[in-house]
Design a protein. Sequence first.
Length: 243
Amino acid sequence: MQQVEDIYKHSGKQAVLLLHSFTSNAREMKHLAQVLFEAGYTVYAPNLAGHGAAPERLFASSMEHVWQGAQQAFEQLIDDGYKQIAVIGQSLGGVLGMRLANRYMTCHALAILSSPVLERPIAGLEKRVKFYSQRYLQNNGATEQELADFLSEHFPRPAEKMIALQRFIVGSQREMSELKQPLFLAKGMLDDVVFQESIDLIADAAQSEVIVKKCYEKSGHLLTLGKERDKLAQDVLAFLKKL
């Protein structure tokens, strides 16, 4: 798994920014992006800062880098002339999407997939980083000894960055009540309760006149990669077309 490339396909006058989850990459949004592109939307799915590359890049990034990168991605679409931009974010991507929606008038719709606003154990976040590292090294042919040496050298991770990520997520509770754009909210019914409850909290707090909330009975956390990804894609497409 070398550096994962951003997805940017130009089509119609309406653009969609797709933001992936923590410790993932742009490929997470590939299927949904392709469905929207074929329906006539310009789609842009960038890799968040530090993601889609070697673990050392992720270690060197910060939550501030990720947030800055999300803003730069949105502004790239503005610079490219798009006046109507929808944001679709999965997990951390949805948290970023809420903040973008409250800061850019050009954001005319927001889809939030499995996004947390409630606190989770720091140990769980580090586990995600460790899994990301293992997967990357294994996919690039690391031996068992090389993998063990790498994990021994780099883990446990400094707690400060995990705490900063947690604070960024929980701090987004302040963003919920400011949302006014049409909202599409989705949760997997096999996902952890904290994510399901977070989606419900966003639905209750938002000021949006249009709120579409969908539950996917056979899906876990990453809806864009799950068994019901086709259904999700069609639901998101129907939501965008009605705007």
